[in-house]
Design a binder for this molecule. Structure first.
Ligand SMILES: [Zn+2]
Length: 161
């Protein structure tokens, strides 16, 4: 599965500067969410790897998360604020190396937008409660929705049902 690495590669190089500027705007406080913390508060709460993904929209290495292969019934919540965002009922093996879901646990659990870091070429998924970056959503998923929410496992905390 080369799609995601390609998109990341496309955002570097010549377009990297533009993406960096847009990325700065992304986390400069322009968006309002119910849970807000300062950058210092986020750093204190999260591990460095969690901070890089949730607050700087980094992508964890493929197949790095133990949640990728997890098939147990339960709920996946945002590491940033505890907001339940995905259910095991909607999880499937996309063979991409990232936990994948056909839909959020509730429509309002997440928000999406064209990813400014990728020049709008991919749709970013963020937690609707704290605005943390979770991953991306693509329209090549299986039934019933045809959508593939490609989520960083490090951004999720699993709780057994
Ligand atoms: Zn959150």
């Amino acid at each position: 599965m080369q799609r995601r690495p390609f998109l990341i590669a496309a955002a570097s190089g010549a377009t990297g500067m533009i993406a960096a500027v847009l990325g700065w705007r992304l986390f400069s406080g322009a968006d309002a969410f119910p849970v807000t913390r300062t950058k210092e508060e986020w750093r204190a709460q999260l591990t460095p790897d969690e901070f890089a993904v949730l607050r700087e929209a980094a992508t964890e290495p493929a197949f790095s998360s133990p949640l990728n292969d997890l098939e147990d019934p339960g709920t996946y919540s945002c590491v940033g604020c505890g907001n339940p965002v995905y259910s095991s009922e909607d999880k499937f093996d996309s063979e991409t190396g990232w936990p994948s879901f056909t839909r959020p646990i509730k429509t309002e659990a997440i928000t999406t937008r064209p990813d400014p870091r990728l020049l709008g070429l991919a749709t970013e998924v963020r937690c609707s409660r704290c605005g943390s970056h979770l991953g991306h959503v693509f329209d090549d998923g299986p039934p019933p929705t045809g959508m593939r929410h490609c989520i960083n496992g490090i951004a999720l905390r699993f709780e057994t049902a």
